[in-house]
Ligand binder design. Structure first.
Ligand SMILES: Cc1cc2nc3c(=O)[nH]c(=O)nc-3n(C[C@H](O)[C@H](O)[C@H](O)COP(=O)(O)O)c2cc1C
Length: 353
């Protein structure tokens, strides 16, 4: 079975999350013995359809343009059994280059108008491939894909083609963030599974789909961390690609921000084996103290003072903010006496390394 997998993200160097998911989907398809060709659309010239309808009249089935679309991509599209359209969600739709690609497949249809009740369609001129749509969004709601889904269902279920699957991942930033690594692995595995199911069963099971779309965090947390992320980029005068390279969390402005971000940065492997209470004492009237309650692999941040902390970190708020965001070196600052600890010092290394 031949699959043409079209990657429409303009982002390169591993920054694209749709490309990342596409790689896993392709991996699953190949394991199921499909022959997959990945096409990075950004490398090809695809002119905009100019609506001349020559492909329906003077040159039936053939576009007047002699660009990469006519010479390479459209012939490949016609030969494929399945075409995967993979795109970032842009304004609730496809990235424009993929939209241009889809429009340039007009020669595959004939001009006749055929009524099918409350809609009208053009019949197919040639055998069309079946389709899969994959997309990722920044917003956390699955509903974000409703327009794309409606559009895809209407356009890709044709005379002789079927929309086999739609794979949508909201809050896609979690896929590339260090602290969501293990949760992201579950999603990648499910996407590989989906790839296999598409080839062997021509559909993706509800169970696999639920794993792909599962929320990894409350919407509220996603929104707050995203807002801190963008503010950190603005404050540091960097674009996301430069910020992500540092693999540091966004900068907390308040104690509440720190309580939100710190649990995400805890060494998950070690936290799983450790039940402990870590108190943060800022020694100022401005910043309220809080503590982390770590038990059964879960980390809760609570305001106030714990009665029996296993470790107390006595530090100015700004210093710990700088340490957690990589601005200051934690070990060096400890040596300098910029902050002190009481209790089990090993916990510091175990949890924050
Ligand atoms: C022009 C533009 C429009 C976008 N529109 C939406 C949108 O409508 N909804 C959304 O949730 N995210 C939107 N985003 C965010 C992207 O979907 C998100 O960054 C995604 O990860 C990009 O895909 P990529 O990583 O594969 O390039 C938009 C981003 C850009 C640059």
């Amino acid at each position: 079975m031949k699959v043409m997998a079209i990657n429409a993200s303009p982002r390169t160097q591993g920054e694209s999350r749709s490309e990342l998911l596409l790689k896993h989907l392709v991996n699953g398809m190949e394991k199921a013995k499909a022959e997959v060709d990945v096409v990075n659309l950004r490398e090809y010239e695809v002119k905009f359809c100019q609506g001349c309808f020559s492909c329906w009249t003077k040159t039936p089935g053939t576009c007047i343009f002699k660009d990469d679309m006519s010479r390479i991509l459209f012939p490949q599209w016609q030969e494929a059994d399945i075409v995967v359209y993979s795109s970032p969600l842009y304004y609730r739709g496809l990235a424009s280059k993929l939209q241009a690609f889809v429009e340039r497949t007009l020669p595959s249809l004939k001009p006749d108008l055929i009524s099918d009740g409350d809609r009208t369609h053009h019949p197919a001129r040639i055998k069309s491939p079946d389709f899969v749509v994959l997309s990722v969004a920044g917003f956390p709601d699955l509903k974000e894909f409703d327009l794309l889904s409606d559009w895809s269902k209407t356009n890709f279920n044709g005379d002789n083609s079927n929309l086999l699957a739609e794979i949508y991942r909201p809050a896609s930033q979690v896929l590339t963030q260090k602290h969501f690594k293990s949760a992201a692995e579950v999603i990648f595995k499910a996407v590989r599974q989906a790839g296999g199911e598409i080839i062997t069963k021509r559909r993706v099971s509800d169970e696999t789909m639920a794993k792909i779309t599962q929320p990894l965090h409350d919407k509220d947390v996603i929104i707050k961390t995203s807002n801190l992320y963008w503010q950190s980029c603005i404050d540091q005068d960097v674009i996301p690609k430069q910020f992500d390279k540092k693999q540091c969390p966004p900068t907390p402005k308040t104690v509440e921000d720190m309580m939100l971000l710190l649990p995400m940065g805890i060494n998950k492997k070690n936290a799983g084996k450790t039940d402990a209470i870590v108190q943060f004492s800022f020694g100022s009237g401005t910043h309220e103290d809080f503590y982390l309650d770590i038990s059964n692999g879960k980390v809760n941040a609570l305001k106030g003072t714990s009665e029996k902390p296993d470790l107390t970190i006595i530090t100015p708020f700004k210093l710990w903010r700088d340490i957690m965001t990589g601005v200051s070196d934690g070990t060096q600052k400890f040596m300098e006496g910029a902050y002190t600890i009481e209790g089990d010092g090993d916990l510091l290394i175990k949890l924050f390394s």
